[in-house]
Design a protein around this ligand. Structure first.
Ligand SMILES: [Ca+2]
Ligand SMILES: [Ca+2]
Ligand SMILES: [Ca+2]
Ligand SMILES: [Ca+2]
Length: 847
């Protein structure tokens, strides 16, 4: 939310407040609730402001001065309207029929009912839910926690994911300014959040000091000051951070919700929200109300958030699509900064307005054509779109007034059911037949049909004052090469016709027919020519768009594959589990499978098994699988989840023999890490195997390690500079020879490759100093393997030099050089341990 700027306040009965404060508060209990898969690029989101959506249960409505049904003045919008979770449940089919796959609902915790004016009985602040009183208790005006779980369950049954708006940065406004105490005793957040030492006491953010300032100091200042009086939680107090994280986690554990929108993300450290996301186990996207892409990108990526609301793109969309300003100056510039997102630009959550902004339609002067063009844009561009409730009803601001130089935190929040001041319904805005409702349904279907619109790489094809075009192309995966070309006009008048080259990356070839997915009777053909050898000519009318793509082979396929059956999960390594299943069937064909770990998608494959890697040791994981077809239809989850537990953390044990070293050290780094031990490394200890030193190194989550050995004085045994690698387990290393397992008695295994002319069934012997040079000693006859290699293992003392040759049973059949001349005796000083000696015989003397 943004700071509000309201001055006038109303009284409310103190009695009501004290009743609320005395309600017995219980945190949600853990339950067997599971996400149906966290939010990702496949989703489109419908944003619901619960109080303003639908009143499904009048018995939970606020009473007295806290509620006002009419919406005739700005003031009217500051009070509750009665909307609740039952009301959302009742309208899920309205959302489903538009094709949305996810809903984002207002904060769920009990709000502060009134501001701290008039000794805490001031203006109503409860309807939006961003001023929290008890993070652990359900908002009583929306329903019970059981009702919230029913909402999530009901949405899941329709395949709709639920995103909860979470508020970790602050609670309501209970402490004044920089004061570190509750000056109005009756005005406190619920325990344990009524601990003044859990909050910053630096006063409010003075936006004039930090707006447009992108230094770390400005970021730190915003982090530790209050947003418009809201008491700012100090995450440097471990108990405070844990308490607010736990309160949020409990909602997800109890309901099985699928994602979080993080309020006021810009007022928290990115790594703190990253820790929250990790704790919740679902993807999150945060709010940073700023047009600077580099600044917003600081919250996106590993150890931060999965994505962010795309304010930089929002401002460009507003300027170019509502006001017709140059694409070159806005969209082109914004997309040119996508590299800041580190490859995560498809995780940005895009929008044309929201509960904190003027309605797009109002900004666009009431032009539904411009509204639908802007919607087409966010459904086609990289990122996943979120659309505010009522957009599909062509609603502008409640009173049509544009707010400039401030924040529209009220007039855009009209209810979906309009009432008079007495509560009588005047008009219902759940009409499924409006042109924009139908248009959104079409956009959702196109996006569902083309994975390229969900996951494809976006590349610019054309940018001009009034025409912008880009390609979305899948560069990998089962649909690699799938491409959608999107062309937009923001011109107010004539049709524009442009011939533009396809991108060099395109797989489309000359002669290919492309169909405008918004109007199937509109087709174009790829022509030869242009700087990439292939080009298209596109005509696009004023304030409209074309979405060109090859027609799908089965455009009408809306039948999902069968649910994968026979799912099993088995341990594949110290930190990996293999999941396997039986093939699904489909009316057209199964394109692949998605694999989910604990409800979160971890991979996809065209085969019927998948190895999930990088797991923690000694941890149980639950797996489910979905099947999909080429049209993007997804099956349900396999059920029930199958469980597998990784082994306890792995380790590497090395037995090391190097008679030249009095002391030995192992210098190593774990797989996946770039950090080596401090030189000279870890000292090896004497082992129970004579001559061997040993060390056991815990691997944690790693599957192995890379190592070199030294004597502590600068002499190195590093495999000739290549270093050694050890997987989890027990290894022996003797003078550069690495074998699995504990040290073996000293032995030498000769592995002899022979010329093709060698008689297939004839014997081969080794003859040398160790058997008195007997050329046909039966105890020294080699055994021929199925691969044609002859082998024998001899017990030869380490450190004692030996000489030998290979024979076929006599000195007339002894091995010689390739040119037939006599070969010098071979020599060997066994290293000790189990030593392998590969040998190639060039020629036999009789051949
Ligand atoms: Ca209600
Ligand atoms: Ca903060
Ligand atoms: Ca305060
Ligand atoms: Ca199908």
């Amino acid at each position: 939310m943004r700071p509000t700027k309201h001055i006038t306040w109303l009284l409310l009965a103190a009695l009501f407040l004290s009743v609320c404060a005395n309600v017995l508060l219980l945190p949600p209990k853990p339950a067997q609730a599971a996400s149906i898969g966290t939010i990702d690029e496949n989703d489109t989101i419908y944003q619901i402001m619960v109080d303003r959506f639908n009143d499904g249960d009048p018995t939970n409505n606020a009473t007295g001065a806290a509620i006002r049904y009419g919406e005739n003045s700005e003031e009217d919008f500051r009070y509750m309207k009665g909307g609740d979770w039952q009301g959302v449940i009742d309208k899920l089919s309205y959302i489903k029929n538009m094709g949305y796959t996810a809903i984002w609902i207002s904060p769920v915790a009990e709000p502060q009912l009134t501001s701290r004016d008039n000794n805490g009985s001031g203006k109503n602040t409860a309807y939006h839910g961003y001023n929290v009183k008890d993070p652990n208790k359900a908002n009583p005006y929306f329903g019970t926690k059981e009702k919230l779980k029913e909402l999530v369950d009901s949405a899941h049954a329709l395949g709709i994911k639920v995103i909860i708006d979470v508020v970790p940065n602050h609670v309501g406004d209970y402490m004044l300014g920089t004061q570190a105490y509750y000056d109005i005793p009756s005005l406190q957040p619920a325990a344990p959040f009524n601990n003044p030492s859990w909050y910053h006491h630096n006063g409010d953010i003075n936006w004039s000091l930090v707006d447009g300032v992108y230094t770390q100091a400005a970021q730190d200042y915003m982090e530790n000051h209050d947003l418009a009086g809201l008491d700012d939680i100090d995450f440097d107090v471990p108990a405070a951070k844990q308490a607010i994280f736990d309160s949020i986690k409990n909602w997800f554990t109890y309901t099985g919700a699928d994602g979080a929108r993080v309020d006021a993300a810009k007022l928290m450290k990115p790594t703190d929200i990253g820790a929250l996301q990790s704790y919740l186990g679902v993807n999150t996207f945060g709010e940073n109300f700023d047009g600077n892409a580099e600044f917003v990108s600081r919250w996106v990526g590993p150890n931060k958030e999965w994505g962010m609301l795309d304010f930089p793109l929002f401002f460009s969309v507003l300027n170019s699509f509502a006001y017709g300003q140059s694409f070159d100056s806005h969209l082109k510039n914004t997309f040119a900064q996508d590299s800041y997102y580190g490859g995560n630009e498809n995780h940005m959550v895009t929008f044309i307005d929201n509960h904190d902004r003027n309605r797009f339609l109002t900004e666009a002067g009431g032009s539904v054509q411009k509204l639908q063009n802007a919607l087409t844009f966010i459904f086609a561009a990289r990122g996943l779109p979120v659309v505010f409730q009522g957009t599909e009803q062509n609603k502008g601001n409640g009173n049509g007034q544009i707010i400039t130089g401030g924040i529209a935190d009220t007039w855009n929040r009209w209810s979906m059911v309009k009432r008079d001041a007495s509560g009588n319904v005047i008009q219902n805005y759940f009409n499924e037949n409006t042109d924009t409702y139908q248009y959104v349904a079409k956009l959702n279907q196109i996006r569902k049909n083309y994975e390229a619109l969900r996951k494809g790489k976006q590349r610019e094809m054309w940018s001009a004052q009034n025409l912008y075009a880009f390609s979305r192309r899948l560069d990998s995966g089962s649909q690699a090469g799938q491409e959608v070309i999107a062309v937009f006009s923001n011109a107010s008048g004539s049709t524009q016709t442009v011939t533009m080259p396809l991108r060099a990356e395109s797989s489309l070839t000359a002669g290919t027919v492309l169909t405008n997915q918004l109007n199937p009777s509109d087709t174009i053909t790829v022509q030869a020519g242009g700087i990439t050898g292939k080009q298209i000519t596109v005509s696009v009318g004023a304030n409209s768009a074309k979405l060109y793509a090859k027609a799908l082979s089965n455009p009408d396929d809306n039948v999902a594959p069968t649910v994968p059956a026979g799912v099993s999960a088995t341990v594949a390594g110290a930190t990996s589990i293999q999941v396997s299943w039986n093939p699904s069937t489909d009316n057209v064909g199964v394109a692949g499978y998605e694999v989910y770990r604990n409800g979160v998608k971890v991979g996809q494959t065209a085969s019927t098994s998948y190895t999930d890697t990088g797991l923690s040791p000694a941890t149980e994981y639950a797996y489910t699988v979905k099947a999909y077809d080429a049209a993007g239809n997804l099956s349900g989850f396999s059920a029930p989840p199958v469980l597998a537990t990784t082994p306890a953390g792995g380790s590497v044990t090395i037995y090391y023999k190097n008679t030249a070293y009095a002391n030995a050290y192992i210098h190593y780094k774990l797989d996946g890490s770039t950090t080596w031990t401090t030189l000279p490394g870890t000292a090896l200890q004497e082992s129970s195997y004579a001559g061997y030193k040993t060390a056991t190194i815990p691997l944690g989550n790693a599957s192995g390690l890379t190592a070199a050995f030294n004597n502590g004085s600068g002499a190195w045994d590093n495999n000739g500079g290549a270093d050694y690698h050890f997987d989890s387990g027990v290894w022996s290393l003797v003078n550069g020879s690495k074998t699995a397992g504990v040290p073996q008695p000293d032995s030498v295994t000769f592995k002899v490759s022979v010329p093709a002319s060698t008689p297939a069934n004839g014997p081969v012997y080794v003859s040398g100093t160790f058997n008195g040079w007997n050329p046909a000693d039966p105890a020294y006859q080699l055994t021929k393997g199925t691969d044609g290699v002859y082998t024998i293992t001899l017990s030869l003392p380490a450190g004692t030099a030996a000489s030998y040759k290979l024979t076929r049973g006599s000195w007339t059949t002894v091995e010689v050089n390739a040119n037939g001349t006599d070969l010098a005796n071979r020599t060997l000083t066994p290293s000790g341990g189990a030593q392998n000696v590969p040998i190639t015989v060039q020629r036999w003397k009789d051949q």
